[in-house]
Design a protein around this ligand. Structure first.
Ligand SMILES: Nc1ncnc2c1ncn2[C@@H]1O[C@H](COP(=O)(O)OP(=O)(O)O)[C@@H](O)[C@H]1O
Ligand SMILES: [Mg+2]
Length: 385
């Protein structure tokens, strides 16, 4: 636990500022308390204190946009951000966590809650502090199912919907084609980044990625030469994920359909597996085998999400049949749309850029919103328990 921490309180309500100050007297690990009703002035103080401060920000009367903006800045200075509000509906808690708060406190704040939460903040080691990043891997044990199409469009929609930094990482080390799907000419590749960039500061590390147009999507491509792919090890994958988690909120991974030591490492380390299948008997049989593998690895129940790609309403096999066969619920269906998908692929664009109102573009947008909402919801549930 760190000592000599300062607490910086951003709160428009004078009474509440004073109450908090009163609660914080004589707490061993806190060296001083500074109160601000002007959040920008408070931010200057936070910048100066860096990760030696805990920020307690009240958002009871703040606009959502302002909360996001200031939290984004604070997070660059310190991971120790606590948000409070007199509105403690699930929506507000989600908003706070989404903005990057480590904890949420309902108002009026109780002394024992405040001390408990501040002790937690003091135990955070900023050196080891990773954001609430999630690794979302798109996988199928069959090729040509649509993994890359889904990884690319899910990642770009996640960036659009959430506005936070999203990485799209091509770990299909021999046949990667993410850069082709997005018409990028990357300067660096995964191998180079693993060997040379993992210990770099955030701004240098980010330069290894291709930023996709004016979005918050950052792409890391596979090595250009097949010979280089053989040098990857499971330990390198662990190291890469650790570095990615520090910088990005969502990390979408595309990978090959092989099962080997590297792919098992990727799957084990992922928070979510978007397990993709299509509607035909051989694909579903394969899916069954793969789900058995996941069960044998004791993945938690909510880690694997089953997606049907190229879905058609008039398919002979119905969703119910698939759910009965697999013994699992289908999480999402992406419609079949040969022309939009092919045009996107040929032009090196996302499907939304080709036709934003097409059924597949709509499906990817709603899919990304659902993924981000469900991830946040998981956090809230953990938080409430
Ligand atoms: N929803 C879809 N509708 C129509 N065609 C699709 C759809 N998803 C993928 N495809 C096509 O299927 C083929 C394989 O997709 P790809 O993403 O490369 O699969 P994988 O990465 O699993 O090998 C590509 O030609 C792609 O255009
Ligand atoms: Mg692929």
């Amino acid at each position: 636990m760190q000592n000599n921490l300062s607490v910086i309180v951003l709160d428009k309500n004078e009474n509440s500022r004073e109450v908090i100050k009163g609660y914080l007297q004589d707490i061993g690990f806190i060296s001083d308390v500074k109160l601000f009703d002007d959040y920008l002035k408070g931010y200057e103080e936070i910048k100066a204190a860096g990760d030696n401060c805990i920020v307690l920000m009240d958002i009871s009367s703040e606009e959502d946009e302002d909360v996001r903006n200031i939290a984004e800045k604070i997070k660059l200075c310190t991971p120790r951000l606590v948000i409070s509000s007199s509105d403690y509906s699930t929506n507000t808690i989600i908003k706070a966590l989404r903005a990057g708060a480590k904890e949420f406190l309902p108002k009026p704040i109780l002394k024992e809650d405040l001390i408990r939460v501040l002790s937690q903040m003091a135990s955070i080691n900023p050196e080891q502090e990773f954001s609430q990043a999630k690794i979302i891997t798109v996988y199928s044990n069959k090729g040509g199912i649509g993994k890359t199409t889904i990884a690319v469009n899910l990642a770009s929609e996640l960036a659009k919907v959430t506005k936070v930094k999203v990485a799209l990482v091509d770990l299909n080390l021999q046949l990667g084609d993410v850069s082709t799907f997005l018409n990028l000419n990357p300067t660096f590749d995964v191998n180079y980044v693993i060997k040379n960039m993992l210990d770099k500061e955030e701004d240098v590390f980010l330069k290894a990625f291709e930023k996709y147009k004016e979005t918050s999507l950052y792409v890391l491509s596979d090595p250009s030469y097949i010979e280089q792919s053989g040098s990857m090890t499971p330990q390198m994958i662990t190291n890469l994920f650790k570095a990615l988690r520090k910088v990005f909120t969502y990390i979408v991974v595309d990978m090959s359909s092989n099962i080997d030591a590297n792919s098992l490492k990727i799957l084990d380390c992922s928070d979510w597996i978007i397990f993709t299948t299509i509607v035909n008997i051989p694909a579903i049989r394969n899916a069954q085998r793969c789900l058995n593998l996941f069960r044998s690895r004791k993945y938690p129940g909510d880690k694997v999400k089953i997606i049907i790609n190229r879905y058609m309403d008039n398919d002979e096999i119905k969703v119910d049949d698939i759910e009965n066969t697999l013994g699992e619920k289908i999480y999402w269906k992406i419609p079949n749309n040969y022309f939009t998908i092919m045009e996107a692929l040929n032009k090196g664009n996302t499907v939304a850029e080709i036709n934003a109102s097409s059924n597949v573009a709509n499906s990817f947008r709603e899919f990304a919103s659902k993924v981000s909402d469900d991830i946040i919801e998981q956090e809230v549930i953990q938080y409430r328990v």
